[in-house]
Design a protein around this ligand. Structure first.
Ligand SMILES: Cc1cc2nc3c(=O)[nH]c(=O)nc-3n(C[C@H](O)[C@H](O)[C@H](O)COP(=O)(O)O)c2cc1C
Length: 215
């Protein structure tokens, strides 16, 4: 029993902070940048965290997890991860992914559909070099998504890795970035009475078109 869960049915939020019209941006990248800047300047928690959804091609099981956006470069959304993780296995079979940014303090979400592929090795090298040593060692230590016997096992591995790399830590070959090339964005702005504003940008034959959809 949870008193909070029991009260959810009576919780009726209303959204009234902002509005959105069709002319709010010339293209989805400009729109994304504007909203991202606003999320940062208004101190939203973890503004660059997004839910990344992938699908296992064999089982058709979708899976979501939070990752950090590290760059928006050449119209590509870049994040870093373990190339042998569950998400990476999904992406290797099907690069079709969905991204979701949610900034509750602004009553906004952005949904993006795109195709993920590995970025160039030199780009992953450059980013890996810029990370703190503890994160570099952590990348080596974790067989991300695989079964781990105990916490102790991980910590023992960490000590061994610290001895193996007394100075510079090289990038593990199984770790790097993915870039996501988007073909659809939906900008969602909460409005009163559940009559939210939703503007979609869709890439059709290399041209971005935009339209409003029902809340
Ligand atoms: C705020 C936050 C940020 C995260 N950032 C990353 C990230 O940038 N890269 C990453 O691989 N995992 C990140 N994680 C961990 C993932 O959510 C996830 O647990 C991990 O990547 C394993 O996912 P998988 O087993 O589905 O591949 C983050 C988690 C949180 C809560």
């Amino acid at each position: 029993m949870s008193e909070h869960l029991d009260r959810l049915r009576d919780d009726h939020k209303d959204f009234a902070l902002n509005a959105l019209n069709e002319a709010f941006a010339k293209n989805p990248f400009e729109a994304f940048q504007n909203w991202f800047d606003k999320a940062c300047s208004s101190q939203q928690p973890e503004p660059n965290a997004f839910a990344l959804s992938t699908t296992n091609k064999e089982t058709q099981q979708p899976s979501s997890r939070i990752v950090y956006l590290k760059e928006l470069k050449n119209k590509s959304f870049v994040f870093y991860t373990n190339y042998e993780s569950d998400k990476a296995k999904d992406i290797e079979k099907s690069g079709n992914v969905s991204l979701l940014f949610f900034w509750p303090g602004l009553q906004r979400q952005i949904r993006i559909h795109g195709v993920a592929s590995k970025i160039a090795l030199y780009e992953s090298d450059a980013y890996f070099k810029s990370r703190p040593r503890s994160s570099q060692i952590g990348a080596w230590a974790s067989d991300q998504s695989r079964i781990l016997g105990s916490r102790e096992e991980l910590e023992d591995k960490l000590s061994a890795l610290n001895a193996r790399f007394p100075e510079q830590v090289e990038r593990p070959p199984f770790w790097g970035g993915y870039g996501i090339a988007p073909h659809q964005f939906e900008f969602w702005q909460g409005r009163p009475s559940r009559l939210h504003d939703r503007i979609v940008f869709e890439k059709v034959k290399n041209v971005w078109k935009s339209y409003r959809i029902n809340p």
